[in-house]
Ligand binder design. Structure first.
Ligand SMILES: [Zn+2]
Length: 265
């Protein structure tokens, strides 16, 4: 599932191969990924336009095109890849953006989200209006304030895009494990020291994940072992525990991430 690091990877693909180049044509194979636009409108708006430096907010990739702005959301299964002309197509390719040097392909099996076209920056701001600050950009004080104001459990708060934009299921479990905090604790109950620890874990986890283009699965990360039956905590060896929370599998270490915290911890 694409989370912040994956989308940052797609942003880099676009920046490296397509930024500064003109769109020569847009081929929509499946209009089911279009949101609020049509194949004709998308093509008319982008053809002949030069893509500029792309940005990202949470899980949204925002690609200005010298006027209109292309906005991509990858849902559960989306991806953006660069191909040379004539590279074999994939059955889940939904839109090809052609340039004279090659093409960007937006693929998405499940089509839960997709592609929007904003007329200008004002419309971009409207689409992003309900999102909290980007998880990679948020400062320590703002992060602490966000947690303190929320009633929910820690993991639910971390994955709520209106609180903090960019974290999904894997990253939220990884960050709480790295920060040694139980994902079911009420977010507002964390001490100052715990909030600080969580913030440090968030920064480190995101930076390493962005560098890897995904949440790393090697080198002692929870993500590397979470799907193994009977897996132990990479830090202490205690068997990991799993439970459903809001329909998603949550994994944690009962030793490193106790549900009840003794005073003075
Ligand atoms: Zn542990």
């Amino acid at each position: 599932v694409p989370e912040l690091p994956d989308v940052e990877g797609f942003r880099r693909v676009l920046a490296e191969h397509a930024a500064g180049r003109r769109v020569t044509s847009v081929v929509v194979h499946d209009a089911g990924v279009l949101r609020g636009t049509s194949p004709r409108a998308l093509s008319d708006a982008l053809r002949g336009r030069r893509l500029e430096k792309p940005g990202r907010h949470g899980k949204w990739l925002v690609a200005p095109a010298d006027g209109p702005v292309l906005m991509l959301h990858f849902g559960m299964t989306g991806a953006l890849t660069w191909h040379r002309p004539g590279d074999p197509a994939d059955r889940f390719d939904r839109i090809d953006f052609h340039f004279d040097t090659g093409e960007l392909r937006f693929a998405d099996m499940r089509k839960l989200q997709g592609v929007r076209l904003a007329a200008d920056d004002h419309e971009v701001a409207e689409v992003l209006a309900d999102l909290g600050p980007d998880a990679l950009e948020v400062g320590e004080q703002a992060f602490a304030d966000l947690l303190a104001r929320r009633r929910g459990r820690l993991k639910s708060v971390l994955t709520d895009q209106s609180v903090l934009a960019g974290l999904g299921n894997l990253l939220a479990d990884e960050v709480t494990w790295q920060g040694r905090l139980n994902p079911f604790r009420p977010a507002a109950e964390l001490s100052d020291a715990e909030r600080r620890r969580l913030f440090v874990a968030l920064r480190r986890t995101l930076r390493d994940s962005v560098r890897a283009g995904r949440v790393p699965t090697t080198g002692g990360w929870l993500t590397g072992v979470r799907d193994e039956p009977g897996a132990g905590c990479p830090r202490c060896g205690t068997p990991l525990v799993r439970r459903r929370l809001s329909g998603r599998g949550t994994v944690w270490c009962p030793h490193c991430q106790p549900e009840r915290v003794s005073p003075g911890r």
